[in-house]
Design a protein around this ligand. Structure first.
Ligand SMILES: Cc1cc2nc3c(=O)[nH]c(=O)nc-3n(C[C@H](O)[C@H](O)[C@H](O)COP(=O)(O)OP(=O)(O)OC[C@H]3O[C@@H](n4cnc5c(N)ncnc54)[C@H](O)[C@@H]3O)c2cc1C
Length: 425
């Protein structure tokens, strides 16, 4: 369907061109500018849909798959739209026998909606620059997030100039109607899934912090109470975006996995303190109201292909593994490997041991820092000799998760049997 939309976009761009226009001065640049603009806008629409939290997409791709797609596609819309601006200006300048900068000035000051479109391009460029890994690492996540929010403003600002000036739309009411419908539908989806559904869920369940309990040094469980939690469609291993309604936290939602399946009226998350938000969560007062978005994620039993599983948790990655364990079917015989720097860092251990035992599995703990304690092919092969015949679930920090996934693939685990959740964006 995505491909069909792309083909339609390209065809609608090509079909309005004629040979005379192409041969005219500036014609090829204008045509290329129009095509890059069209395809860039279409890919932008796909990007918006990817992050609009449509439950089916979330379930099929999972958080990690979504991120991969987002990162792969991300540079294209911006590059194409940037190219569109340059090529179109160049084409018009050639046609008017004017200079590039003069033409750019004429566009901005004299053409309908072009000033707004130029601001939109600036906002997109800003989002692009802040997404470059090296830049992003230096930014606070909140800053990066706010810059990304401006992208919605950029799309709104750019929309009018497309319809007012795009050769595929001027004088082509059908193409125009399809384009408007596609964008309106996308806005509807964003409003429904990013705002509507979370509001409905939060109102339905009315979560309130009941207690914050220290599990291990620097790791805290937040126990919430709520209504109708038996109706929350959540599976072990999934996460929610949590918004705690205090004076300082209400404006930001952070992802935390459920560390246990709901036990109505209780719902629990377990948080390791690593920065501002997680530190504030560890000090939440009983009675704090909580809004939720989700549940999200494909790190669930549903992904399982085979009966038996192996599970790897790095540090606080135990949260998702803990709730997933509760959801496994008898006979899964999970071999669970937990890697922690110090023995006392293993949170929820006393809950995981009986769960693993009840499922006929085994729990291994590897204690020690990366440099001191080896964790390689041999370690994995020794701990789980039949690894290649099991479904493998890996959860934790990015480096740990990708390392274990790499080792598992090397030891013959098929990619469809490898499921992972990275605790980072
Ligand atoms: C799917 C998923 C499930 C998670 N489950 C848990 C869990 O059960 N328990 C737990 O302790 N942690 C979990 N995390 C990690 C948790 O979201 C971050 O530790 C937390 O948001 C850090 O925020 P901070 O302000 O305390 O730290 P910061 O200093 O702001 O961030 C530290 C690092 O955390 C990551 N991070 C920060 N904010 C976010 C965000 N909004 N979304 C995604 N990543 C972010 C970034 O990689 C950042 O570099 C999960 C993350 C993801 C993506």
């Amino acid at each position: 369907m995505v491909l069909a939309g792309l083909v339609w976009t390209i065809v609608s761009g090509i079909s309005v061109e004629n040979a005379a226009e192409l041969r005219a001065p500036g014609g090829p640049a204008m045509f290329a500018g129009s095509m890059t603009g069209l395809v860039g806008s279409y890919l932008t629409l796909i990007m918006v849909l990817l992050v609009s939290r449509i439950p089916t997409i979330e379930r099929v791709l999972g958080q990690d798959g979504l991120l991969r797609w987002h990162r792969t596609l991300g540079p294209w819309p911006l590059s194409l739209i940037g190219l569109h601006a340059v090529l179109t200006t160049f084409g018009y300048a050639e046609s008017a026998k004017a200079g590039f900068w003069h033409q750019l000035g004429t566009f901005i000051s004299g053409y309908p909606d072009m000033l707004a479109a130029t601001v939109a391009l600036g906002l997109m460029a800003l989002a692009g620059v802040t997404s470059i890994r090296a830049v992003r690492r230096r930014l606070r996540r909140e800053t990066w997030w706010v810059v990304h929010l401006y992208l919605y403003l950029a799309l709104a600002l750019a929309f009018a100039h497309v319809l007012a000036l795009g050769p595929s739309f001027v004088g082509h009411p059908l193409t125009r109607a399809v384009w408007v419908a596609a964008w309106l539908a996308t806005v509807g989806v964003v409003l429904a899934y990013r705002f509507g559904l979370p509001l409905v869920r939060s109102f339905r369940h009315r979560l309130v912090v009941e207690e914050v309990r220290e599990e291990t040094p620097g790791v805290f469980s937040v126990i919430c109470t709520g209504r109708h939690l038996e109706r929350l469609p959540v599976a072990g291993g999934q996460f929610l975006q949590w918004r705690f309604l205090t004076r300082h936290l209400w404006w930001q939602a952070h992802p935390y996995s459920l560390s246990a399946l709901p036990r109505p009226p209780y719902l629990r998350l377990t948080v390791k303190v690593i920065g501002d938000h997680s530190a504030a969560v560890s000090h939440l007062a009983p009675g704090t109201r909580v809004m939720i978005e989700g549940p999200y994620g494909a790190f669930t039993r549903e992904a399982q292909r085979d009966r038996r599983v192996a599970m790897f948790a790095g540090g606080i990655g135990v949260t998702a593994i803990r709730s997933l364990l509760e959801d496994l079917v008898p006979g899964s015989a999970p071999v669970v490997v937990v890697r922690v720097t110090r023995a006392e860092d293993f949170a929820l251990r006393s809950e995981m041991e009986p769960l693993v035992e009840a499922l006929g599995g085994a729990l291994h703990v590897i204690v020690g820092g990366r440099r001191r304690v080896r964790f390689d092919h041999q370690t994995l092969a020794d701990l789980v000799p039949d690894l290649a015949t099991r479904d493998v679930y890996v959860c934790g920090p990015e480096r740990f998760t990708h390392h274990v996934a790499f080792l598992a693939r090397h030891l013959g685990v098929h990619k469809h049997r490898l499921h992972y959740e990275v605790f980072a964006l």
